[in-house]
Design a protein around this ligand. Structure first.
Ligand SMILES: [Zn+2]
Length: 436
């Protein structure tokens, strides 16, 4: 088993050791790796993320050669594997090395991890909400609480209590006890029965739990604890938080974003939500006004088109391609044409990207026909006879690989994006088919 130097000194960032095993890259593991006799590198476990750093070879002709440690993991046999940046010239087993841990990264992890102890204990103390899991990410950390929901008052309460414990600068101590002893001590969380000896982390007079991670020496070093959003998860409620420098960093980022928003509104920071509410309301009204105006415009354009179009065989056929209106407007126009007093057929297109076609006709009033009696083919000539818009649309689109369809009285379709199809030509073709 690798001796874990971080167990007794979380402040140890430099150490000397000896290479015990080397593993060159293999088909299963592309990165080379080494196992040391002892290490201060923390392997990913218990929610805390691994350390990174350097191994420097000592002595011999490879002296001072530096190897980058990019990941550290626990192996099943109690050994700790240091994965190295590939390609690396591996040291030989037995070589003396000096290890250096990225201190800033470790400091950050210790702040987050110890902050988690404090926060989890605060949720138990105030609301009897136990923590079931802990996750440390690149940007933020989270705990999952065994509770269906957490109110914003409870979030504020736990944050306040946790920061109080930080400000009191309570000592954080490590000690080892037997399992039997641990069971008497009333730990916040007792780990599964794997080991006879347990490593306890105690935040003086506040929290006692078994943990193998690295922690700061006093609660003041956590810096501060900032709670962020909550989210429902399968096992309860997830609470995001950040501690120490991360808390300062995200607060700075949020402030920048909020200031930028406030400047856009020429408002104070705290007025931004009200300004946004106003803006949303305004744009809703404007959208409504725009929709009403377009509806009136389509109505007027439809009436004008019908007025200009002579009636043939008891109906009017309006053919129109819009180059400055989208397919939504084309559809509205077709509806207005076919809902006016005179029976009509509207063959309408929009050439605005993506181009589309709308074919519509005034539904036949009388006599009531069963579908079997309606001619399948689009026909023209007989007064009041109707065509099949769905079939007509499919017919003209099939020649250009377009897609669309619909009912007898209304059909809509489009041509493939980016393909150079002349929709006006398609309209003329459709009009020709129905004898316009
Ligand atoms: Zn811990």
């Amino acid at each position: 088993m690798t001796k874990r130097l971080y167990y007794d000194s979380s402040e140890m960032h430099e150490f000397d050791s000896v290479v015990e095993e080397v593993a060159p890259p293999s088909p299963e593991q592309s990165r080379p790796a080494v196992i040391l006799r002892e290490t201060a590198f923390y392997p990913t476990s218990g929610g805390q993320v691994h350390d990174t750093g350097w191994l420097t070879v000592k002595g011999g002709d490879r002296a001072a050669e530096r190897l980058r440690v990019t990941e550290v993991a626990d192996a099943e046999n109690g050994k700790i594997v240091h994965y190295l940046e590939a390609p690396a010239r591996l040291p030989l087993a037995g070589a003396a090395v000096h290890g250096s841990i990225d201190a800033e990264r470790r400091r950050d992890h210790m702040q987050q991890h110890t902050g988690q102890h404090v926060l989890s204990a605060a949720f138990v103390e105030l609301y009897q909400m136990p923590t079931v899991s802990f996750h440390m990410g690149e940007d933020y950390c989270s705990i999952d609480l065994a509770t269906p929901s957490v109110s914003s008052e409870q979030i504020a309460g736990a944050e306040k209590r946790a920061n109080q414990v930080v400000f009191e600068n309570r000592p954080v101590r490590i000690r080892y006890v037997s399992r039997a002893e641990a069971e008497m001590l009333g730990l916040r969380k007792l780990p599964p029965a794997e080991h006879d000896e347990l490593r306890l982390v105690e935040i003086a007079d506040f929290d006692l739990s078994a943990c193998g991670g690295t922690h700061v020496c006093s609660s003041g070093q956590i810096g501060s604890i900032l709670l962020r959003k909550t989210e429902k998860v399968r096992q309860g409620t997830r609470v995001e938080f950040v501690c120490g420098n991360r808390a300062v960093r995200v607060a700075r980022r949020d402030y920048s974003a909020l200031s930028e928003a406030a400047a856009l509104f020429s408002a104070q920071l705290w007025d931004v939500p009200e300004q946004i509410r106003k803006g949303v309301e305004e744009s809703k009204q404007l959208r409504k006004q725009k929709d009403d105006a377009l509806d009136q415009l389509a109505e007027l354009m439809a009436l004008t088109a019908l007025h200009d179009q002579p009636e043939t065989n008891g109906r009017k056929i309006v053919v129109r391609a819009f180059s400055d209106r989208d397919i939504g407007f084309a559809k509205l126009f077709a509806q207005k044409v076919t809902r006016a007093a005179t029976p009509a057929i509207a063959l309408v297109a929009s050439t605005v990207d993506p181009p589309g076609l709308v074919f519509a006709q005034t539904p036949a009033q009388t006599p009531a026909q069963t579908p079997a009696q309606i001619p399948a083919q689009a026909s023209a000539g007989a007064p009041g006879s109707t065509a099949d818009m769905g079939a007509l649309l499919k017919q003209v689109l099939s020649s250009v690989g377009g897609r669309g369809g619909g009912s007898r009285d209304f059909a809509q379709g489009g041509v493939p994006a980016g393909c150079n199809v002349n929709v006006e030509q398609l309209l003329r073709e459709a009009a020709g088919t129905i004898g316009a």
